[in-house]
Design a protein. Structure first.
Length: 172
């Protein structure tokens, strides 16, 4: 498993170096979509790089990351809704996500919709939140709205911090 992750990460670095400026938005969109349903590389990795390289397009990159992350989350939701017992439960166990899934279920039982917002904003793997919401049959409209708000808040905050990081450092 670790060898596969290293190979994926190496390929990821090569792709980013080679295609960052010209095709970075495609890489960002694909990673944002797939990370929200099944992939392991977090969306903020290419987002930070792209925002740092082109500060004039930070809003564009944050919007792409938000949109494709939520679309991927919708896929994760429906995977959880339709395929949890037949397929995804084994996937979560194999990739050591079952404990995170159970933790999120407890958190959701206690805090409801707030758990979804916080899950989309924090470093908790968003795919766990998306799949869990499908398994728990959470209202899909609320899931999408909370996902847009939480993921958007996260990605726009990252962009804002990058855009103004030098100015904040110079003031201190």
């Amino acid at each position: 498993m670790k060898l596969q992750i290293k190979k994926i990460y190496k390929l990821y670095k090569i792709l980013l170096k080679k295609y960052t400026i010209k095709h970075g938005y495609i890489i960002l969109s694909v990673i944002a979509f797939s990370e929200s349903a099944f992939f392991i590389i977090p969306t903020y990795a290419p987002l930070i790089l792209l925002c740092a390289l082109n500060k004039n397009k930070i809003l564009h990159y944050a919007t792409l990351a938000t949109f494709f992350s939520v679309v991927g989350g919708i896929l994760g939701y429906f995977l959880g809704y339709f395929l949890f017992e037949s397929f995804l439960q084994d996937f979560l166990i194999q990739h050591n996500y079952m404990d995170k899934f159970n933790d999120f279920k407890k958190f959701y039982d206690k805090f409801g919709a707030l758990a979804i917002f916080l899950g989309g904003f924090t470093p908790i793997p968003y795919k766990i939140i998306a799949i869990s919401c499908g398994v728990l049959n959470f209202n899909v409209g609320y899931f999408i709205a909370l996902s847009l708000f939480s993921r958007g808040s996260k990605f726009y905050l990252i962009g804002y911090l990058i855009k103004y990081s030098k100015k904040m450092i110079k003031k201190n």
